[in-house]
Design a protein around this ligand. Structure first.
Ligand SMILES: *[C@@H]1O[C@H](CO)[C@@H](O)[C@H](O)[C@H]1NC(C)=O
Ligand SMILES: *[C@@H]1O[C@H](CO)[C@@H](O)[C@H](O)[C@H]1NC(C)=O
Ligand SMILES: *[C@@H]1O[C@H](CO)[C@@H](O)[C@H](O)[C@H]1NC(C)=O
Ligand SMILES: *[C@@H]1O[C@H](CO)[C@@H](O)[C@H](O)[C@H]1NC(C)=O
Ligand SMILES: *[C@@H]1O[C@H](CO)[C@@H](O)[C@H](O)[C@H]1NC(C)=O
Ligand SMILES: *[C@@H]1O[C@H](CO)[C@@H](O)[C@H](O)[C@H]1NC(C)=O
Ligand SMILES: *[C@@H]1O[C@H](CO)[C@@H](O)[C@H](O)[C@H]1NC(C)=O
Ligand SMILES: *[C@@H]1O[C@H](CO)[C@@H](O)[C@H](O)[C@H]1NC(C)=O
Ligand SMILES: *[C@@H]1O[C@H](CO)[C@@H](O)[C@H](O)[C@H]1NC(C)=O
Ligand SMILES: *[C@@H]1O[C@H](CO)[C@@H](O)[C@H](O)[C@H]1NC(C)=O
Ligand SMILES: *[C@@H]1O[C@H](CO)[C@@H](O)[C@H](O)[C@H]1NC(C)=O
Ligand SMILES: *[C@@H]1O[C@H](CO)[C@@H](O)[C@H](O)[C@H]1NC(C)=O
Length: 517
């Protein structure tokens, strides 16, 4: 439910959801206090509530009882009080409590060995940097920047970390009151220590630390750019989208890939580089492919932090996937049928590019939605209900780009029609009128599927209008299924379906639309 306009408290009853794994409510307008009852949640792995205003409340000490917690992120939440001792959470891998007003010392007990990221920056913490921050073998980032810490610059934090070419560690101590540094201070290569703004820097004692005293920003989150295929290989044939598979066991092998846009919504790492291999191994095994069939073409870190990546899936030792394989891969990915390892967190599929396979792709391939896809639809409906608790109804709109509608008509997909009792079909103009041309002020939420607007119909009825992204995955069949499913859903906590709009061809010209998605 992140990136919506939710206000009020986080309901304490959420812990009763028996399989609540991920609670992502960042970028809302939620207020405090944080519910202590969440500690009773039996399987909670990610609790992320960045960028809310829990003004004045503290982090419940009961959260140290959430034994399953992998990630706790409460950045920029206006929190006060002390940092609870979280050393009892044996799987904790990512802790971000930055940009709050936390006071007192940093708990000295040793955190879980899995911790990759420890961001306590921009608080009011005092005392010293705990010695127990040493010997955390997976640590990638420790930031205590902009606090009131004093004492020694720690010199053992990197002790237990095996720093291969792929691994790096950033230690950001800038703008504290660190006064002294051990005489033999020699962090290994790939360990970046930042000391700017500490008294120790004013003590022009020696050249070695001068270089550490320059102001720096944490620039750990490198992105991977698309690499040119090896210049040794001769160009691939150009009749289809042939490409050279960089991972192919057969050198210079040209094949037609499938494209997959994926976003990790709440990863448990700060630096993807050393995890790229593990990501490839688990993704290919979940997709029942060989490791060399996957190529991570590029990735970028987005605010969140979220990891936006583009993957290419290549056929194994042949030039083309057969169509049943294309159908299978699309079905598995579009149906959210795979669960990545916990460290990568939840993901959303941004696109699935058929490329040269589009012409042959069978229309009826995605017959029926999987349970997980239904789960996604339900989650959408529940999110809409959260955002619009005062509103009684919901609309769905499908949005197609002009390009896509051309492709569809080329493949002679018959215009679909829904005939369900009580579900009305609306014109695009009616939707635009109801939302003041999809005005930003009318927007109440957004998600991977698109945006939700508050609208008023011509007859005065207040509705929620869900408008799909142009490139969202919904095909006719999924859209139809979603409408049928929603029309059958009746629950006091769910908004009910009034109608839909599927006008592709009568859409106004793009420049008349507000910039969306
Ligand atoms: C979520 O909201 C933040 C802050 O408004 C914004 O920077 C970010 O792009 C949004 N992310 C998504 C995926 O919409
Ligand atoms: C956030 O919520 C507070 C009340 O909790 C309200 O006064 C304020 O207008 C809200 N801000 C936005 C941007 O919705
Ligand atoms: C957070 O909420 C408090 C009390 O509602 C308010 O005084 C404060 O200005 C808010 N802070 C931000 C950053 O919105
Ligand atoms: C740390 O700050 C707290 C309150 O913010 C104060 O009570 C305590 O004395 C401070 N400790 C040190 C060592 O300065
Ligand atoms: C952590 O460090 C403190 C001293 O700062 C020590 O007393 C304690 O035993 C250490 N705990 C662990 C688990 O290493
Ligand atoms: C740490 O992470 C690994 C995988 O990254 C996992 O297998 C292990 O169970 C986790 N927990 C501990 C305590 O090491
Ligand atoms: C400078 O370093 C010495 C020891 O090397 C220390 O005693 C002294 O307090 C330091 N002065 C400042 C201003 O940090
Ligand atoms: C780590 O150090 C090696 C040399 O020891 C260097 O080649 C590599 O680029 C460094 N990696 C990072 C991420 O800094
Ligand atoms: C799919 O998403 C990825 C990641 O955002 C992007 O790089 C790629 O251009 C997208 N492809 C299409 C066809 O939209
Ligand atoms: C760096 O990571 C990549 C991908 O995980 C792996 O293939 C490569 O062998 C690693 N290199 C080193 C020097 O560890
Ligand atoms: C693909 O080709 C490589 C190299 O010829 C071979 O080692 C591998 O076993 C082949 N894979 C399959 C699935 O046949
Ligand atoms: C399609 O390709 C997959 C994987 O290469 C193979 O297992 C399957 O038997 C093929 N199916 C047909 C109908 O050729």
């Amino acid at each position: 439910m992140n990136n919506n306009s939710l206000s009020g408290k986080i309901p304490s009853e959420l812990w009763r959801i028996p399989l609540l794994l991920h609670l992502l409510v960042d970028n809302n307008n939620l207020s405090g206090p944080l519910p202590t009852e969440l500690a009773k949640s039996p399987v909670l792995k990610i609790l992320q509530a960045d960028n809310n205003n829990f003004s004045g409340s503290s982090i419940p000490s009961t959260y140290s009882n959430i034994k399953t917690l992998l990630k706790l992120s409460l950045r920029n939440c206006n929190l006060q009080g002390a940092i609870p001792d979280l050393s009892a959470i044996s799987e904790l891998g990512y802790l971000d409590l930055s940009w709050n007003k936390l006071t007192g010392p940093i708990p000295t007990n040793k955190l879980a060995p899995n911790i990759t990221t420890l961001d306590l920056s921009h608080n009011l913490l005092n005392g010293t940097v705990p010695l127990n921050f040493s010997e955390l073998p997976n640590l990638q980032l420790l930031s205590v920047e902009n606090n009131h810490l004093d004492g020694d610059v720690p010199s053992t934090i990197w002790n237990d970390i095996v720093l291969t070419g792929n691994r790096s560690l950033v230690l950001d101590f800038q703008n504290n009151y660190l006064k002294t540094i051990p005489a033999a201070f020699s962090p290994p290569q790939n360990v970046t220590v930042m000391l700017y703004g500490n008294p120790v820097c004013g003590n022009s004692s020696g050249a070695p630390i001068d270089s550490l005293c320059q102001p720096q920003s944490v620039n750990q989150q490198t992105s991977k750019q698309q690499q040119d295929s090896s210049p040794i290989c001769s160009p691939c044939p150009s009749d289809k989208n042939y490409e050279y598979n960089p991972s192919s066991p057969i050198p210079c092998f040209c094949a037609v890939p499938l494209g997959v846009g994926l976003r990790l919504k709440s990863p448990g790492i700060t630096d993807f580089n050393p995890y790229e291999g593990a990501f490839g191994d688990s993704t290919t095994s979940l997709l029942k492919l060989y490791v060399y069939q996957l190529h991570v073409e590029h990735y970028t870190w987005e605010v969140g932090p979220r990891l936006n990546m583009h993957l290419k899936l290549f056929p194994s030792n042949t030039s083309l996937f057969n169509m049943s394989e294309v159908v299978r891969l699309r079905h598995v990915l579009a149906g959210w049928e795979i669960t990545l390892p916990d460290i990568f967190g939840p993901y959303e599929l941004l696109n699935f590019t058929l490329g040269s396979y589009a012409d042959e792709y069978p229309n009826e391939a995605s017959s029926g939605l999987s349970k997980t896809a239904m789960g996604g639809i339900l989650a959408g409906a529940i999110a809409a209900a959260f955002a619009l608790s005062a509103v009684a109804t919901v609309f769905i709109m499908r949005r197609r780009s002009r390009h896509r509608s051309r492709t569809i008509s080329k493949r002679s997909l018959s215009r679909f029609s829904v005939k369900i009792d009580g579900v009305r079909c609306f014109k695009f103009e009616e939707m635009a009128r109801a939302t003041n041309n999809f005005d930003l002020l009318a927007q109440v939420g957004q998600g991977g599927y698109g945006k939700v607007y508050r609208g008023t119909l011509d007859d005065g009825e207040i509705v929620a209008i869900k408008r799909a992204h142009e490139d969202s995955l919904q095909g006719s069949k999924e859209f139809c299924t979603e409408i049928e499913l929603l029309s059958r859903l009746h629950h006091r906590n769910l908004v009910s379906l009034v109608g839909y709009c599927d006008e592709a061809d009568e859409q106004p010209r793009p420049n008349y639309l507000p910039v969306l998605g």
